[in-house]
Write a protein that binds this ligand. Structure first.
Ligand code: SD4
Length: 320
């Protein structure tokens, strides 16, 4: 899956690129690739790949890619059709980051189908990184986004069924942690990433997860690599998950080794691992990728010149 981050490599013109000190930037080989979380990544990757293949920018690829999942009403964990919080409100978190360390995010945003594009506007058209709640909505409307009812009949019915139990505990299981995180490397050798979710189903109204938090749900350092996370956001925030994965790559670890070490960190920092699913994906400047999760079941979608496939992540534990 990955080659050692420090070995010499050959670029597309057959030039040998000498490995550098791992604390220095990795040499870039222009080799477009996109990786994203879970099965829905396959469809999202198609759109991202078309942009990459036509020499488009990684930033455009990840934004347009994850919009596919946000706009899919059948997907119950991202954007339109996402499962609501315990009060029946669909609230969205998203962030985006480019190769110049520009980043933008929205948190606790309601009624907007494509939060990733609002996050990009925050990045490009404000001096801020994150807008939340009503402020984010007002900003989105000012920028021309339209209000949409995100609660589909299917999601409403699921919420009403959940209400019958009325234990008012956010439900945590492997099925409802289905953020889409996407990382891309373009022909220019630039990296970008995007992350978007409706978050944990039946969460407390106002809860924000890791997905809009730069360094937790997503991190990109164009000198080294990019990483994103899926799963229980609280655990990812506690460990600065995606930033850690990138820093581990900076120290010379391969993307796979970096994801494994970050998962080990999550495990070591939690006394109870009940339902604590977290998965990471990472991509470095060579176009090498890795993925790893706490529990079985995490998979990623890969698209490059030779591959269009799902890859099962290795993991630490089986579910009981
Ligand atoms: C969250 N990390 O809100 C998100 C949920 C998720 O796959 O990743 N789902 O905690």
């Amino acid at each position: 899956m990955t080659a050692p981050a420090c070995s010499n490599t050959i670029d597309q013109n057959e030039n040998v690129i000498e490995a550098e000190n791992p604390s220095n930037p990795l040499p870039s080989i222009a080799k477009p690739i996109v990786v994203s979380t879970w099965n829905h990544g396959l469809e999202a990757n198609k759109v991202a790949w078309k942009i990459l293949r036509e020499n488009g920018k990684a930033l455009d690829a990840v934004e347009q890619g994850v919009r596919v999942t946000e706009s899919d009403p059948d997907n119950m964990s991202v954007g339109l059709g996402g499962l609501p919080d315990r009060d029946g409100k669909v609230t969205l978190d998203a962030c985006i980051m480019d190769h110049e360390s520009n980043c933008g995010a929205v948190a606790f945003l309601q009624d907007i189908e494509n939060p990733i594009s609002v996050a990009r506007k925050v990045m490009e058209e404000t001096p801020h990184v994150m807008l939340a709640g009503d402020g984010a909505l007002t900003f989105a409307l000012e920028k021309g986004f339209e209000k949409t009812n995100l609660l589909t009949d299917k999601a409403k019915e699921a919420w009403q069924n959940w209400l019958k139990e009325s234990d008012y505990q956010p439900v945590i299981n492997s099925e409802n942690h289905d953020t889409i995180g996407m990382l891309a490397l373009d022909n220019e050798g630039n990296l970008a990433g995007a992350c978007t979710t409706s978050g944990m189903a039946y969460k407390i109204h106002g809860r924000v997860g890791d997905s809009p938090i730069i360094g937790a749900g997503l991190f990109v350092d164009n000198e080294i690599g990019a990483a994103c996370a899926t799963g229980v956001g609280e655990a990812v925030i506690r460990t600065a998950g995606s930033a850690i994965v990138v820093e581990l790559m900076r120290q010379g670890k391969s993307p796979q080794e970096a994801c494994e070490t970050a998962v080990a960190r999550i495990i070591s920092k939690h006394k109870s691992l009940d339902n604590l699913q977290v998965g990471f994906i990472a991509l470095n400047k060579h176009g090498e990728y890795g993925c790893h999760s706490v529990y079985a079941g995490f998979n990623i979608a890969l698209r490059d010149q030779e591959h269009e496939e799902m890859v099962d992540a290795k993991y630490e534990m089986e579910w009981d």
